[in-house]
Design a protein around this ligand. Sequence first.
Ligand code: HEC
Ligand code: HEC
Ligand code: HEC
Length: 178
Amino acid sequence: MARLQRRFVFVALLCAACSVRGAGPWQDLADDGLHDPAGPGIGVLQQPGEALSVLPQDGAGNHVHWVKALRDGFITPRHALADEPPPAIDTTEIIMRDTSTLPFVRFPHRAHTEWLDCTICHDRLFERKVGTTPINMGAILQGKYCGVCHGAVAFPLTECNRCHSVRDVPVAKAAAPP
Ligand code: HEC
Ligand code: HEC
Ligand code: HEC
């Protein structure tokens, strides 16, 4: 039974991440439209507010700032099931300049490789050469490129400024290739 309960807690955490995505404060499971309020699990499952309110807060997505949660040691997720050496961290930043009138996009390798192995993105989602992947906003909104994760398991696409974050590089913009 204890084992079963632990499994429920885990499921509750996962569902917390999906059910509150995009809006509002944490809802109780009985009110989230996903769980059966009359079901036997409702008294056993951990409430999203209880689980997530102890982590660094954020204004969007599931209201947790996951990059801070990781860096400040609130969570220490396992990187593998077996006892393997930690994955490589890449600190290169890529500035993407084909952004029309919006600020350029800063893609930080560090914040991604702290969570993700290189092979998750290379070379299926992105080429290993700057400017060679035909990334554009329409495709992202359709769930491609950055949109494979952002809006699904990472902060939502409504947070334009988090990606379009490079505002004051007029010289670089003027010098950018057409
Ligand atoms: C997860 C990161 C991310 C978020 C969030 C995001 N964008 Fe983008 N956006 C990009 C990337 C990457 C490009 C392509 C840049 C390049 O190829 O140089 C892009 C390109 C664009 C372009 C240029 C035209 C085009 O179709 O590619 C526009 C306009 C744009 N975004 C608007 C927005 C708006 C408005 C929002 C918020 C509603 C937004 N973006 C949110 C990453 C993002
Ligand atoms: C979340 C996705 C993601 C992960 C994970 C990731 N990358 Fe990248 N990487 C990118 C994107 C996006 C680009 C730019 C592609 C483009 O502009 O066409 C890129 C570009 C590169 C480039 C080209 C840089 C240049 O100057 O031309 C190299 C090299 C690279 N990545 C290495 C790595 C390595 C090594 C790892 C693992 C330690 C890694 N990447 C993990 C998304 C990722
Ligand atoms: C394979 C999944 C994946 C892809 C693809 C991906 N991201 Fe992310 N991204 C994440 C995760 C996970 C985080 C950390 C959790 C969060 O902030 O929601 C993150 C965080 C970020 C951050 C915040 C960094 C910080 O310091 O707070 C930015 C900016 C970002 N991504 C931009 C992009 C852009 C631009 C692209 C496309 C070129 C992209 N991401 C593609 C998974 C992904």
